[in-house]
Design a protein around this ligand. Structure first.
Ligand code: HSE
Length: 309
């Protein structure tokens, strides 16, 4: 096995109630990563398509993550990486995580899988540190494990895959403006009140209980955020209208995807999710901002192998 091509999915972090600790994995939207063995040790990024990104392995998240993995292994070869971006950086649907997780997943396959996908999270997190300024595992855990994921403590490598009710479908609108995670973190308050802490803990607990009991209404009631959303929603044109139309068209819940500007609505079934896509489109058709809309079930597998040579 000398070469592998993988699909590395986009992900939704936070899900309103779980800032930095909850994630979910999307289907069909994502990057394709090709990794090829080379004779000399070391990592080289040979091609980037779809977006203008540096090939410098100390700055590009795929290079940083791959180098972190290589440093810990004693393989006597190196790797060339091609990155075909399907997710725009600064989108809020885990662009950096898709490239970071995809590169370490692909290398791990080529060297005989010494690491589990869970163990690969720590390497992918090194890329996230470069992109976001902090070791955040919410997006990379979702990309590598699939389904819904929970991070108790990223530094302690304590992450879990949660249960995935089969009928959940995401509608994601991605306004084509860039909101850098570092910037949208900088506007957050450093302290919250006891009341906010209690509400947020209650919602994260009940969200997870809802996943395990397939209680769709409970999941919906738990998609609430009185801490981050009031601050970040100001960066997203028409956020309030998007949320209102999603809920009035039957979404279980609606909020900011990761650090924005993408907005997610979570629904039971494709018919509701597709109607919400139309209602979101109506709002954005009236303003001068380009956008993409994705309707996606939960990808319970995570990164998928497309081809091995
Ligand atoms: N959870 C992060 C944030 C984004 O909301 O800033 C993705 O890691």
């Amino acid at each position: 096995m000398n070469e592998i091509r993988v699909f590395s999915p986009a992900t939704v972090a936070n899900l309103s109630c779980g800032f930095d600790i909850l994630g979910a994995c999307l289907d069909k939207v994502g990057d394709e990563i090709v990794v090829r063995k080379k004779r000399e040790r070391g990592i080289v990024i040979t091609k980037v398509t779809g977006q203008k990104l540096t090939k410098d392995i100390n700055i590009n998240v795929a290079g940083v993550s791959a180098s972190a993995l290589l440093k810990e292994t004693d393989v006597n070869c190196g790797f060339e990486i091609e990155i075909h971006k399907g997710v725009k950086p600064g989108s809020g649907i885990g662009s950096s995580a898709a490239s970071a997780a995809g590169s370490v997943f692909a290398i791990n396959q080529l060297i005989g899988k010494p690491y589990s996908n869970k163990e690969l999270i720590k390497f992918a997190m090194e890329g996230e540190k470069v992109a976001c300024g902090s070791l955040i595992a919410d997006n990379v855990a979702a990309a590598l494990l699939g389904g819904f994921t929970f991070v108790r403590d990223g530094s302690a490598y304590d992450y879990f895959k949660l249960s995935t009710p089969s009928e959940l479908v995401f509608t994601i609108i991605h306004p084509q403006i860039e909101v850098r995670t570092k910037d949208s973190r900088a506007i957050l308050k450093k302290d919250i009140s006891l009341k906010q802490m209690t509400e947020q803990s209650a919602n994260i607990g009940s969200f997870i209980a809802g996943l395990y009991t397939e209680d769709y209404e409970l999941i919906g009631r738990s998609i609430k955020d009185n801490v981050i959303e009031p601050l970040r929603s100001k960066l997203i044109p028409k956020f309030n209208e998007l949320q209102k139309t999603s809920l009035s068209n039957g979404a279980l819940g609606c909020g900011i995807s990761g650090s924005g500007p993408s907005v997610f609505a979570l629904s039971k079934g494709f018919s509701t999710a597709n109607n919400i896509a139309l209602s979101m489109k109506e709002i954005y058709d009236k303003i001068d901002i380009e956008f993409d809309i994705h309707v996606s079930p939960i990808n319970d597998i995570g990164i998928k192998i497309i081809e091995i040579k």
